[in-house]
Design a protein around this ligand. Structure first.
Ligand code: NAD
Ligand code: DAU
Length: 347
């Protein structure tokens, strides 16, 4: 059961698993919020080993029904509210989904699995943001770095991590957590820096760069994250945490400049044509300065390392957004925004 499987990372994970494990049934459970999109999974339509169920992880009855109907033995939890800026304007929904939702999933899994825990796994996908913010001179986050979340989003993710560990300790549930750095690639919702920037360059709109653009993120191609999740699901040790990162620290302004260079070239525009779209705007409140991940545990124990060089991954990603303008238009249409507004109103 992959929750959040219709979102950005979830859809890459589901497509990897569906192709790799034809004899396993993969149940995607997703509420299809503004960030979830069945178009992300279209290529799986008709496959015998994949089924989609629309449902909310905070709804215990729906979760129970799916666990029983499909005899779920493994839960990969990717369902979440995932955007930091939205968490600043509306923190409540982050607590609802990222805290109560994960607790509901854990509770239902515990009820359903009982003491038959052999071959069961609750694998929670988390973020490096739970560790807080690094200074420019600090060493990277390790699995021992104390939690120090600084935004409502990261506080809600930290809370979910604590609940997952608590279920491991208290009830002996086989759990694993991985904490990953910033992902990029096709199918990312264009509220996040990379797809937003490509979209704005294409449409000649200003590119908002928060503060001075000096904040640093550790970028990982989404396919490399999906590969790590598959590896950890199959070979990770229950009870353990694994950091996943890209060995690729880049400041936001450098990311934006790279996107301008690639996008202008692919659109046949003169070099630097879109440079004046860069617009420095008011900084994000509580903006974490820098993230960097030490993934040596995952490399040492399971042999994983990032395989996609940023230059290759970003070129492929920009091409994908330019060639899939229908997808971009679909997810930025009024219909999606209306859905989001209605969802808020009903909660
Ligand atoms: P996303 O916002 O693209 O997708 C989230 C998915 O969860 C959507 O399909 C949405 O419909 C679904 N969802 C939301 N609320 C739900 C609910 N109540 N019930 C069921 N489904 C619900 O997110 P993403 O970027 O793919 O991130 C997936 C996970 O990975 C999140 O837990 C996030 O914290 C974590 N993560 C993301 C990144 C990143 O760079 N994007 C990095 C590290 C970790
Ligand atoms: O580190 C992992 C996290 O990465 C995930 O847990 C989150 O789900 C994911 O959204 C991402 O969080 P960030 O806040 O780092 O991603 P975002 O794309 O929103 O922003 C990346 C950087 O770019 C950040 O420093 C803020 C900045 N930014 C962002 C936007 C949207 C801008 O300067 N301008 C923008 O318009």
């Amino acid at each position: 059961m992959v929750t959040g499987g219709a979102g950005f990372i979830g859809s890459h994970v589901v497509k990897l698993l569906a192709g790799k494990y034809p004899a396993s049934k993969i149940v995607v459970f997703d509420a299809l919020t503004y960030a979830g999109n069945l178009a992300n999974l279209q290529e799986l339509d008709g496959l015998d080993n994949y089924v989609f169920v629309k449902g909310d992880i905070t709804d215990v009855d729906s979760v129970r029904r799916v666990l029983e109907e499909y005899g779920v033995d493994t839960i990969l939890n990717l369902a979440a509210e995932s955007h930091v800026d939205r968490s600043i304007t509306d923190p409540l929904i982050f607590a609802r989904t990222n805290v109560m939702g994960i607790l509901t999933l854990l509770h239902a899994a515990r009820e359903y699995w009982g003491d038959q825990l052999e071959g069961k796994l609750f694998y929670h996908i988390s973020t490096d943001e739970v560790y807080g913010s690094l200074g420019f001179e600090d060493g990277p986050f390790t699995e021992q770095t104390p939690y120090s979340p600084r935004s409502p989003y990261s506080a809600s993710k930290a809370s979910s991590d604590h609940f997952v560990r608590a279920f491991g300790e208290t009830y002996g549930m086989p759990i694993i957590i991985s904490n990953c750095s910033n992902n990029y690639g096709p199918y990312q919702f264009p509220e996040k820096l990379i797809p937003l920037t490509v979209n704005n360059i294409r449409n000649g709109k200003p590119i908002p760069v928060y503060g001075k653009g000096e904040n640093v993120r550790d970028w990982l191609y989404v396919g490399d994250h999906a590969r790590a999740i598959d590896l950890i699901m199959n070979h990770g040790t229950p009870g353990e945490t694994y950091n996943i990162g890209g060995d690729c620290e880049i400041s936001n302004i450098e990311v934006v400049k790279t996107l301008i260079e690639i996008t202008d070239r692919l659109l046949g525009r003169p070099e630097g044509a879109s440079a004046d779209l860069i617009t420095f705007v008011k900084d994000r409140s509580g903006h974490d300065l820098r993230y960097a991940i030490d993934h040596s545990k995952l490399t040492r124990e399971l042999g994983w390392r990032p395989a996609t060089a940023f230059r290759d991954g970003i070129e492929h990603t920009v091409k994908w957004y330019l060639e899939n303008s229908a997808w971009l238009k679909g997810v930025t249409s009024g219909e999606y925004l209306d859905y989001y507004t209605k969802m808020y109103a009903s909660r």
